[in-house]
Design a protein around this ligand. Structure first.
Ligand code: GLN
Length: 196
């Protein structure tokens, strides 16, 4: 398949599930914890988990600035759930401090306690006709989308759940918890695409 080098940020959360999907697609992705491990990568997935914990560990491992620099150099990044929170430009809450890479404003744990977790079949534009089975777990909500951001999918009742800005991809849900590999393939195509 692709010769591109892909990593998964493995500080906390469900990075193992992402690695397993990538392995099914014959991509040997690396676990990334230290800034030096970002060098030479064409793409990085930031998994779901607890965004405050991941942010704290990013600072413990001093990886924040290297990650921001590698994105400026053209590295693709996909954030799922907590990963999406970290990609945002701005959060409704004070914590954690996001990376500010995508022009999104995000509210954490935005669906209230009763619907802490829910699933929905949602059409995602670049993935073709058949809707994607989206699993939301204490999911964040995109409350504002900047001009350069492309909306890839929304809930039937409104609310953006998947977005793209150049080589940056954000999903409020967890494709790595399904058997559907279309989203991971889409990210790998993005990783391999020439620089925008
Ligand atoms: N609620 C978590 C947070 O705020 C995100 C949940 C998830 O990644 N499934 O970080």
């Amino acid at each position: 398949m692709t010769l591109a080098k892909v990593g998964v940020l493995a500080l906390q959360g469900d990075f193992a599930e992402h690695l397993a999907v990538l392995r099914r697609l014959n991509v040997e992705a690396t676990e990334v914890r230290l800034p030096g491990q970002l060098e030479g990568l064409d793409g990085l997935i930031i998994p779901g988990g607890e965004s405050t914990t991941i942010a704290r560990l990013m600072d413990v491992y001093s990886i924040r600035e290297a990650l921001q620099r590698r994105v400026k150099e053209g590295m693709a990044v996909w954030g799922t759930c907590a990963g999406m929170i970290l990609l945002a430009r701005r959060l409704v809450e004070d914590r954690p401090e996001p990376l500010g890479l995508m022009d999104l404003e995000v509210r954490r744990n935005a669906y209230g306690r009763q619907v802490d977790s829910f699933e929905a079949d949602i059409p995602i534009k670049p993935l073709g006709e058949s809707p994607f089975h989206c699993i939301f777990i204490r999911a964040p909500k995109i409350v504002n989308v900047g001009g350069g951001v492309q909306v890839l999918g929304s809930l039937a009742e409104g609310g953006v759940v998947a977005a793209q800005q150049g080589k940056l991809l954000a999903t409020a849900f967890h494709p790595e918890l399904t058997d559907d590999t279309r989203f991971h393939k889409y990210f790998l195509d993005l990783v391999a695409a020439p620089q925008a």
